[in-house]
Design a protein around this ligand. Structure first.
Ligand code: SF4
Length: 329
């Protein structure tokens, strides 16, 4: 038998992160939409950069697969939008990156690279395209640029910031995210386009944040943390360094004495509750249509019931109702 175990190990070693590296020499466009100046300071400071939540080989592998998928998504978009957009510029060969994709703003010290550029055939307008390989959850949750801009998740707000940075830097009016779902999304085709326009007014926010972060970086201080949220700080790679984690506060001595014990019990019972619902649903399915029966120590009785679904239209539907009694006498 070929040594597949060794091959797997080799892959794992190949993808194992090579240490924390050095912090970026400028703000990455993908950082500036995050609503926290403190994050920006951590991201440019070697000490905090080295203490980030570490990546692992599986994460690196997933990232590489994501990049490849995003590249493929752009190729699909180019074909699907043919006749509407032309003169596509994107990274067709990983070793031959087109400099027109570079986005460098020296005044703001922001750096990045767009995924693709293309011209609108009708009027020659240049558009910026960003591809995203996303979970079914994200695919279903995000339909408009507003959904991205106002998302609770900082990483989604970061998408908005990155695309706006590109539009701002290149003085382009229009951009578009192309989302490709990682898994099937019901019967929907798993690719969607989300257009966005340059949002000058909003872009003042990242400018202010960068300026605040720079003042602190120069002074060797930190901006105040933002209010903790699970979807924001809870998934921040600098959470441990930042310390903005109310879950690490000392225990509150003023709570009812039995509360902790009751919470322990609640969490012990939680998995059983989920299993109870699953087994109950399975049993109800199996007893559908049985009007009366004894099964071991259980007495089953059932009948078809009618309920009104739309009273105004007099619409009704039927369902089977089963009751199960444990025979104890
Ligand atoms: S944990 Fe929250 S406050 Fe701290 S750097 Fe991250 S986003 Fe900012």
């Amino acid at each position: 038998m070929p040594d597949f175990t060794a091959a797997r190990k080799k892959l794992e070693e190949q993808y194992a992160p090579k240490g924390p590296g050095t912090p970026p020499a400028s703000y990455r466009a993908s950082m500036i939409g995050r609503p926290c100046a403190r994050y920006l300071v951590f991201a440019r400071t070697p000490e905090s950069w080295n203490l980030r939540k570490p990546a692992d080989a599986a994460g690196e592998f997933e990232m590489k697969r994501g990049r490849e998928a995003e590249h493929q998504i752009i190729g699909l978009a180019e074909k699907a939008l043919s006749g509407i957009f032309d003169k596509w510029v994107y990274n067709r060969d990983p070793n031959d990156q087109d400099p027109r994709l570079d986005c460098r703003d020296d005044a703001l010290d922001v750096n990045g690279k767009v995924d693709a550029l293309a011209n609108e055939v009708e009027n020659g307008k240049l558009w910026v395209f960003e591809a995203k390989h996303v979970s079914t959850f994200t695919f279903e949750k995000v339909d408009t640029a507003e959904d991205i801009k106002n998302a609770e998740e900082h990483w989604l707000q970061a998408w908005y910031g990155a695309l706006q940075a590109y539009l701002f830097n290149k003085s382009i009016e229009n951009g578009c995210w192309i989302l490709g779902a990682k898994q099937r999304v019901g019967s929907e085709f798993p690719v969607k386009f989300i257009p966005v326009t340059l949002d000058y007014e909003w872009f003042q926010q990242p400018i202010d944040r960068i300026q605040l972060a720079e003042r602190h970086r120069k002074a060797g201080t930190l901006p105040d943390p933002i209010p903790y949220t699970k979807k924001g700080c809870g998934s921040c790679e600098f959470l441990a360094v930042c310390g903005n984690d109310p879950r690490k506060l000392p225990a509150n001595p003023n709570l009812p004495p039995e509360l902790e014990e009751n919470l322990n019990r609640e969490f012990e019972l939680k998995p059983a509750a989920a299993e109870y619902e699953k087994v109950k649903a399975k049993n109800r399915e199996a007893t559908k249509g049985i009007e009366q029966a004894v099964c071991g120590k259980y007495y089953i009785v059932g009948k078809e019931q009618t309920r009104t679904t739309k009273p105004s239209e007099g619409k009704t539907s039927t369902f089977w109702q089963t009751k199960v009694e444990e025979i104890t006498d």
